[in-house]
Design a protein around this ligand. Structure first.
Ligand SMILES: CC(C)(COP(=O)(O)OP(=O)(O)OC[C@H]1O[C@@H](n2cnc3c(N)ncnc32)[C@H](O)[C@@H]1OP(=O)(O)O)[C@@H](O)C(=O)NCCC(=O)NCCS
Length: 261
C-alpha cells in the first residue's frame, strides 16, 4: 500500500472451535485519484476468549452459524493444520539468539538483531496486557532490520507464518525482540523472530518466551522489482540451539534450514 491511498479493512469470523475463533481480515487499498481498488493484505487471526475475572481461564466460544456445510469442514482442516504447526513452534521454543563478535558478512550472526522495549500503558489493553498488534509491529521491525542488514537494499515483508503468542506480556515488562536469518532462497529470505519478556520489577517471575514467528522478506530494486538475495554463508561454530543439543559439529545457524528444507 502506498502513501495517500485509502485502506478499507474488513473482518469476519470464518470458524469457531470449542475455545478459539478464526477471524479472516482483508485489506483493500483505494487510489482516490483513479478510483482503482486492490486487495493488498490478507491475514487469518485466531483469538481465545478469557474470563474477565481470571485472565488465565479460557472460556468456551458460542459456535458460529455457517452458511454452507463445506465452510465448517474447510475451517476444521485449517484449525487442525494450525494446531499441528503450533506444536512444532513449541518444540523450537528454547532457541536463544546469541550475539557474536566480528561476524563475517552474509552469516546469520552478521545480520541478527534485537530491540529492547519497555511495555508502557499505551501498549496495553484495559486489562494491562500487551496488544497483539504492538508485539507484531515490533517483530516486523526487527525482521526488517535483519533483512536490510543482510541485503543492504529496500526490503518488504512478503508474509508471516503463524505468530504464536505463547504467554501474556504484562505492563512494566521489558521485552527483547530478537531476529535472525534462518533461510535464503533465490529471491526471498526467512527470518525467525523471538520475543522474550522479563518482568523486571517482579522477582517471583523469570524471563520467559512470549511469542515467536517466521517472517518472509523480499529484497527490492529501486524500481520495486524483486532482487536476488545474497545467500547465507555457513559459519561453523558450536551449536547454541537448545532444540538441537545433540547435533554436534552442525552449524546451529542452519538448523532450521536443515530441519525444514
Ligand atoms: C492463548 C492462550 C490463552 C492459550 O492458553 P492455553 O493455556 O494454551 O490454553 P489451551 O491449551 O487450553 O487452549 C485453549 C484454546 O486456545 C487455542 N489456542 C491456544 N493457543 C493458540 C494459538 N497460538 N493459536 C490458535 N489457537 C490457540 C486452543 O486450540 C484451544 O482451543 P480448542 O480447545 O478449541 O482447541 C495463552 O497461550 C495466552 O494467554 N497467550 C498469550 C496471549 C496474548 O498475550 N496475546 C496477545 C495480546 S491479545
Amino acid at each position: 500500500m502506498c502513501i495517500g491511498e485509502v485502506a478499507h479493512v474488513s473482518a469476519g469470523i470464518t470458524y469457531t472451535s470449542k475455545h478459539s475463533v478464526e477471524v479472516q481480515v482483508n485489506v483493500m487499498s483505494e487510489n482516490i485519484l483513479t478510483g482503482t481498488k486492490k486487495l493488498t493484505n490478507k491475514a487469518t487471526l485466531w483469538y481465545v476468549p478469557l474470563s474477565l475475572k481470571n485472565v488465565d481461564k479460557v472460556l468456551e466460544v458460542p459456535p458460529v452459524v455457517y452458511s454452507r456445510q463445506e465452510q465448517e469442514e474447510e475451517g476444521r482442516k485449517r484449525y487442525e493444520a494450525q494446531k499441528l504447526e503450533r506444536m512444532e513452534t513449541k518444540w523450537r521454543n528454547g532457541d536463544i539468539v546469541q550475539p557474536v563478535l566480528n561476524p563475517e558478512p552474509n552469516t546469520v550472526s552478521y545480520s541478527q538483531s534485537s530491540l529492547i522495549h519497555l511495555v508502557g500503558p499505551s501498549d496495553c489493553t484495559l486489562h494491562g496486557f500487551v496488544h497483539g498488534g504492538v508485539t507484531m509491529k515490533l517483530m516486523d521491525e526487527v525482521a526488517g532490520i535483519v533483512a536490510a542488514r543482510h541485503c543492504k537494499t529496500n526490503i518488504v515483508t512478503a508474509s508471516v507464518d503463524a505468530i504464536n503468542f505463547h504467554d501474556k506480556i504484562r505492563k512494566g515488562c521489558v521485552i527483547t525482540i530478537s531476529g535472525r536469518m534462518t533461510f535464503t532462497s533465490n529471491k526471498s529470505m526467512e527470518i525467525e523472530v523471538l520475543v522474550d519478556a522479563d518482568p523486571v520489577v517482579d522477582n517471583s517471575q523469570k524471563r520467559y518466551r512470549a511469542a515467536s514467528a517466521f517472517f518472509t522478506y523480499v529484497s527490492l530494486s529501486q524500481e520495486g522489482k524483486p532482487l536476488p538475495v545474497p545467500q547465507l554463508v555457513c559459519a561453523l561454530r558450536t551449536p547454541v540451539s537448545k532444540a538441537a543439543p545433540n547435533i554436534s559439529g552442525l552449524d546451529a545457524e542452519f538448523y532450521h534450514t536443515q530441519a525444514h528444507p
